[in-house]
Every structure is written in C-alpha cells, then in structure tokens.
Design a protein around this ligand. Structure first.
Ligand code: PEP
Length: 249
C-alpha cells in the first residue's frame, strides 16, 4: 500500500508573516493516513521549518541546483535545503520548464542532485494543450521521464515521487477528468515498471492541475493516483486541509 501524499506548492506567494500563519494553521490540524508537504518560497523555509517543527507536516522546496556549490548565482543546492529541514524538492515544474528554460537534461541533473543530497524529488511531467490535442501526451511524458532514466538510472523512482501535471490544467480551473488522469498515471507506472518493477510498485504518482476540495476525492479514488500537487488551493488552509483529507488512505 502506498501512503498518499498531498504537497502544496506555494509558488511565488506570501510574506514571511502570511507564510508562517498558513504553515501554523496547516500544522494545527493533523491529517492521518496521508503525508502532508508544504513548499514555501525559499526565503521562508527557515521560518516555516520552525512553525512545523515536531508536527507531522513536512517541508519541501520548489527547486534545487544541479550543483553542490560554486559560481552559480541565484541557485540553492539540495544540501543547503536539507540544512533547513527540507525533505522534498519539486523538480521540473512546468513553470520552470516553460518560463525559465529548464530543458529535460537540466531537470534530470537537478533531480540527481536532490537524490544525492538524500532528499526526495517530486518530479513533474505533463503535456501542453497542443500536445494533448495532437495526440502526443504519452510521447511527451515518456520523453520527460526518459531524461531521468538516462541521467540517474533505471531504479531511481523507488526513491522519488512523480507528479503528472497537464500544463493546460495548471492554474486554469480546468481539471483533467479522473479518467484522463488515470490513463496517464497508469501509463507512467507501466513505463517505470518497464525499467524496474519494484520502483513501479513503490513510486507515488501525484496528480496536479486545478485540484480543489470539490474535485479531489474523485481524482484520488483512481487506482494509480496517489495524491496531489496543489497550487492555488494550497494557499488557503481550509481548502488545502480538505484536499489532504480527500487523499487519506
Ligand atoms: C501547480 O502549479 O503545481 C498546480 C497544480 O497549480 P494549480 O493547483 O493552481 O493548478
């Protein structure tokens, strides 16, 4: 049985004080049977790690460098993130890929660095609307995962989480139907199985894209959907906790 995960991606939102309030509200309502992760802006990690200390809520970052240290202005290494109590790091979010030019190889290198630091990558994959409409969804997702297999090896997903996030569903209010999502999740698990069966059984595959308290239960009920990566609905504690409750085993 895979323990579901719900991870909140706060993106570029929140002041130090609003991040602290949100973290404390989430930590004050423990949800059993699901791993709850929050991913604030990097400069708020220190404050938020104090807010959730000794609670079940885990800390994640929104990206990590491919390098450990050196002349890489603006980057933060996975090692540094681990010093602040991070256990998870989102890698390859579609906003990183499309707005900041992170290609497949760059994402795979960041993924490897996160694993090497002993943290768990939440590796995002997903197709654009154009890809979906031209019937290329599985091809795109396979290419994104293949980059990781090539750089990091066949069995790496035993120690990682995958998030399927169709780009057309992120922040748009359009959600993939549970059937559309399950079809891709099943494909992803099959692809991982073709490289390493143990990883396929272990890997948690999250759905992301306009998940909210109204649609979460139906999505999470599908066999290969092991929780969610949540954007907008992660910024209000009541909504986020309701999504977490919907993912409980
Ligand atoms: C995301 O950015 O990872 C995301 C899923 O956002 P939203 O829930 O707002 O669509």
């Amino acid at each position: 049985m895979r323990l579901p995960i719900v991870a909140g991606n706060w993106k570029l939102n929140g002041s130090r004080s609003s991040a602290t309030t949100l973290a404390r509200e989430i930590a004050a309502s423990p949800v059993a049977g699901v791993e709850v992760v929050i991913c604030p802006v990097a400069v708020h990690l220190d404050a938020v790690s104090t807010d959730i200390k000794d609670t079940a809520v885990k800390l994640g970052a929104q990206n990590a460098a491919a390098q450990e240290s050196g002349a890489f202005t603006g980057e933060i290494s996975a090692q540094m993130l681990s010093e602040y109590g991070c256990e998870y790091v989102i890698i390859g979010h579609s906003e990183r890929r499309s707005l900041f030019g992170e290609n497949e190889e760059a994402c795979a290198n960041r993924f490897s660095a996160v694993l090497a630091a002993g943290l768990t990558p939440i590796f995002c994959v997903g197709e654009s609307l154009e890809d979906r409409e031209s019937g290329n969804t599985m091809k795109v997702v396979e290419k994104q995962l293949q980059a990781v297999f090539s750089v990091a090896g066949a069995s790496v997903f035993e120690r990682a989480v995958i998030a399927y996030e169709p780009v057309w569903a992120i922040g748009t209010g359009k959600t993939a139907t549970p059937e559309q999502a399950q079809e891709v999740h099943q494909f992803i698990r099959g692809l991982v199985a073709s490289r390493d069966e143990n990883s396929a059984q272990a890997v948690r595959i999250l759905y992301g894209g306009s998940v909210n308290p109204g649609n979460a239960s139906e999505l999470f009920a599908k066999d290969d959907i092991d929780g969610g990566l949540i954007g907008g609905a992660a910024l209000k504690s009541a909504d986020f906790l309701s999504v977490c409750n919907a993912a409980r085993l």
